[in-house]
Design a protein. Sequence first.
Length: 66
Amino acid sequence: MCQSNAYLLDNSGAEKLLMEDVSLITPLTDGGVELVSLFGDRLTVQATVKEMDLLKHRIVLNETNQ
């Protein structure tokens, strides 16, 4: 499978796994992003994309304070 895991990097620098098997990332007009998993689960977070390493199947998002 080519899906990636998404992690949230909070203001203290700690990483938290948000979602596994992410197949779609959509930026939202309010500055957040919506993640959709291979199985159709949806999660909206107030964050920006910091890094996407598709070879390692890893997406890191920076938490925003909105």
